[in-house]
Design a protein around this ligand. Structure first.
Ligand SMILES: Cc1cc2nc3c(=O)[nH]c(=O)nc-3n(C[C@H](O)[C@H](O)[C@H](O)COP(=O)(O)OP(=O)(O)OC[C@H]3O[C@@H](n4cnc5c(N)ncnc54)[C@H](O)[C@@H]3O)c2cc1C
Length: 495
């Protein structure tokens, strides 16, 4: 049985060029150290700068903010290659924490904020993290409790965050805080910089897997953050967070496909080498069928993830693919857990040993049904979007008019209750305005050129001022005291 990677169906020569670049970087700078870094629970901080210099840190970010161009598809291809060649999930996710911390700034931040925060991460190796989850809960984002009280030109932030990837080393943290009343309408995003008085990093957390990436608790005790560090409108962060989750889910699904691919390769190599009862393990039909099952499940998850990425990249697709992205994540996480488990099984006793790569991948895989929205929350999203879209299709069949193919907004993120009550119009407004940003980001719904990879001229930058104005005007026009669209808010703060 031979095995060569079957790329995503959307891949072109641009993706091949990105794969080659990511592979070279990972082979040179990660692979020789991957096992040691995982055991040490840390990779050297210089690697962030090396990744910038090698042109892999800015994949999926527009050139206008210091990136390499490209879209979510390019990110999936690049990440897969980094993992296959680098063989360290912890390093990949640690290096990639800006993939969840920067997109809201790229999409909704001012040019000054992009200059101050995005560019240094993509060009100079500065480190960013995203802090949503709190000790009191991660799934119910709309109930987050970290408070930010306005005091002149500052917010005074008090509260705590936990499980924050790259939290111990981040130069700044894109942080979800409560600036308004209860529910999704009272949430804002603040960029909180390391060294700000009142901001402390608690202990580095010990984990099952992802060892090379640091995971931290963060504490805010009367921490004064300039109002100028707020991303987008006050109390308007919830849909931004939900949009971020949608992309994160597909990135995580892509990581699962890559991890499984690596585990599968390891399993094949081992099964060919290892002999029992006078023949290689691949000589047993049960082994071949096991490998066939693994390959089939990887192919299925890759196909669904790839289709979802293609749909997300269509105009309006980000909204339309909400449910499908949740399905892709669950399919990929289940597949990854299964494949890694089978890979361990094929390795026998060696599969249980720390020196064996599949033992580590098996542990790494356990995060994926939890992080970025749990398996159960994904199912809530799917149930909600399925119900809504079927209802719409039925209404459309009965002559309800256009828009029947439009997606469901419900359940856009980890928070099933609040996301479910978010209005379609609001989601659509955010999706449209963010696509008018000067450039794309991970899942911007608009493919960029990847010109710095291919040498082609870049896509012209567009002004993002109009996008912010439209968003702010709509929120001002129809909002209650919490900034929630008056006749669409179903949260308890309704006034
Ligand atoms: C290694 C690691 C890295 C992480 N990195 C980050 C990061 O960088 N930034 C960040 O903000 N967060 C991060 N997280 C947090 C992660 O996103 C959360 O752990 C996740 O969203 C779940 O939240 P929770 O842990 O509070 O679980 P809870 O929300 O307390 O859920 C506990 C259990 O209850 C279930 N549950 C909850 N509500 C429902 C419901 N309505 N119906 C059915 N079941 C339900 C969940 O599915 C889960 O099984 C990270 C976590 C880990 C482990």
């Amino acid at each position: 049985m031979t095995h060569a990677i079957v790329p995503y169906l959307f891949e072109t020569e641009e993706h091949a060029a990105i794969r080659a670049r990511a592979r070279r970087f990972a082979q040179t700078h990660i692979a020789p150290h991957s096992a040691a870094w995982e055991e040490d629970e840390e990779f050297p901080i210089e690697l962030y700068r090396t990744a910038c210099a090698a042109g892999v840190a800015g994949l999926g970010y527009p050139e206008a903010v210091g990136g390499q161009g490209g879209d979510l598809g390019h990110i999936l291809a690049g990440s897969e290659e980094m993992l296959l060649a680098g063989r360290s999930v912890g390093t990949l996710v640690g290096l990639g924490s800006h993939g969840i911390a920067l997109p809201p700034i790229v999409r909704f931040g001012t040019p000054e904020q992009q200059r101050a925060f995005v560019r240094p991460c993509l060009e100079e190796g500065k480190i960013s993290a995203l802090a949503i989850t709190e000790p009191g809960g991660g799934s119910d984002v709309a109930s987050l409790a970290t408070k930010a009280v306005r005091d002149g030109d500052h917010y005074v932030v008090t509260g705590a965050k936990t499980f924050i990837t790259s939290g111990t080393r981040a130069h700044f943290v894109t942080t979800a805080v409560r600036t308004g009343g209860p529910g999704h309408g009272g949430v804002s995003l603040l960029v909180i910089e390391a060294g700000t008085p009142g901001f402390t990093v608690g202990k580095k957390l010990k984990k099952t897997g992802w060892w090379a990436s640091d995971t931290a608790e963060l504490h805010f005790d009367g921490c004064r953050v300039p109002v100028a560090n707020r991303i987008g409108p006050e109390n308007g962060a919830f849909p931004m967070i939900m949009m971020n989750f949608a992309n994160e889910r597909l990135m995580l699904a892509g990581q699962c496909v890559a991890i499984a691919e690596l585990a599968y390769r390891e399993a094949i190599a081992y099964a060919r080498e290892r002999h029992a009862f006078g023949k290689a393990l691949t000589g047993f039909q049960v082994t071949r069928h096991k490998l066939a099952d693994m390959a089939t499940r990887i192919a299925a998850a890759r196909a669904l993830t790839g289709e979802c990425v293609q749909r997300v990249l269509r105009p309006g697709g980000e909204l339309a693919a909400t449910g499908l992205a949740a399905m892709a994540k669950n399919t990929a996480t289940d597949m990854c857990s299964y494949v890694c488990d089978q890979a361990v099984q094929l390795h026998g006793g060696y599969g249980y040993m720390r020196e064996t790569l599949v033992e580590r991948l098996y542990r790494d895989a356990r995060l994926y049904p939890i992080g970025g929205g749990t398996r159960e929350i994904m199912n809530e999203v799917i149930a909600k979007t399925e119900g809504t879209s079927r209802e719409r299709r039925a209404r459309g069949a009965a002559g309800a008019g256009p828009g029947v193919q439009a997606s469901s907004p419900g359940g856009g993120g980890r928070n099933l209750r609040s996301a479910a009550t978010w209005s379609t119009d609001r989601w659509r407004t955010l999706a449209v305005t963010s696509r008018r940003r000067p450039a794309s980001h991970h899942g911007g719904g608009r493919s960029l050129t990847a010109s710095r990879v291919t040498g082609r001229p870049p896509t012209p930058a567009r002004s993002g001022v109009r996008a912010r104005e439209v968003l702010a005007a709509r929120m001002r026009a129809a909002s209650c005291s919490s900034g929630v669209v008056r006749d669409r808010c179903a949260s308890p703060c309704r006034d």
